[in-house]
Design a protein around this ligand. Structure first.
Ligand code: ADP
Ligand code: MG
Length: 238
């Protein structure tokens, strides 16, 4: 499903965290938001998720204006630090949550939960509670929960940051597999890691000081950076 941001602006008090963002992510497309810390990447994602309210602009998902729709009714999969696992639910029930809300048949829920937990290597932890897991393990369960419903829109904010190198590579593979299996999914992927952006994204959007500076297909951005900022950011060891 297409995600469309028109002139989306977000203020926190006097801080302008996002200034007039125009961005369309097509169905089947992955766009990475890349940029230094504090440039507004997470704020952009939270606006799409519905966790923060724009002071200006509109957000459309599949052509429907969702600017005033609560997060839970936007039908999107979200992995952000602030959207933690439900602490009172076991791992399996966390992953099953969206499927049960969608009233999927019991057998299908069980099968899908097992499949998702296997995908993130957490089968052995199905009966545990989130507080019994490490940060990285919680992150893996959060990814399983987000993907369980096969969401038409997936928002990921540094989803691999807490994982070790091997697991990060495995999860990147899984995300690429997801893109093949769910060809219409639109993914917005926030990262400061250029390698991740290159591995996953069709286009890379570079952000700086609350604004979108450049957006281009990944290869193009590297071969011919449209701005001096992007050239130096991509060239730097961030
Ligand atoms: P990034 O994800 O690119 O590191 P953020 O979107 O988190 O950047 O932040 C953009 C700007 O908005 C920063 O200056 C940050 O300090 C500010 N900001 C983000 N969230 C809040 C908040 N809840 N309250 C106040 N300021 C915030
Ligand atoms: Mg951030």
């Amino acid at each position: 499903m297409t995600v469309q941001l028109d002139d989306v602006t977000v203020h926190f008090g006097r801080t302008c965290a996002l200034e007039g963002l125009n961005l369309t992510v097509a169905a089947g497309e992955t766009v990475a938001l890349l940029g230094p810390s504090g440039s507004g990447k997470s704020t952009a994602l939270k606006a799409v998720a519905g966790f923060v309210r724009p002071s200006r602009g509109r957000i459309r998902i599949g052509g429907v204006d969702v600017t005033d729709v609560p997060p839970a009714q936007r039908g999107i999969g979200v992995v952000v630090q602030q959207y933690a696992l439900f602490p009172h639910l076991r791992v399996a029930d966390n992953v099953a949550f969206g499927l049960r809300a969608a009233r999927r048949p019991k057998r299908e829920v069980q099968q899908r939960v097992a499949e998702m937990l296997a995908m993130v290597g957490m089968e052995a932890y199905a009966r545990r509670f989130p507080r019994e897991l490490s940060g990285g393990q919680q992150q893996r369960v959060a990814i399983a929960r987000a993907l369980a419903i096969r969401p038409p829109v997936l928002l990921l904010d540094e989803p691999l940051a807490a994982l070790d190198a091997q697991l990060r590579a495995d999860m990147l593979d899984e995300l690429q597999k997801l893109r093949r299996e769910v060809p219409d999914v639109a993914i917005v992927y926030v990262t400061h890691d250029q390698a991740e952006a290159l591995a996953l994204a069709d286009r890379i959007a570079v952000m700086r000081d609350a604004r979108l500076v450049d957006i281009a297909p990944a290869a193009e951005l590297y071969q011919a950076p449209p701005s001096a900022f992007t050239a130096s950011f991509l060239g730097g060891a961030n």
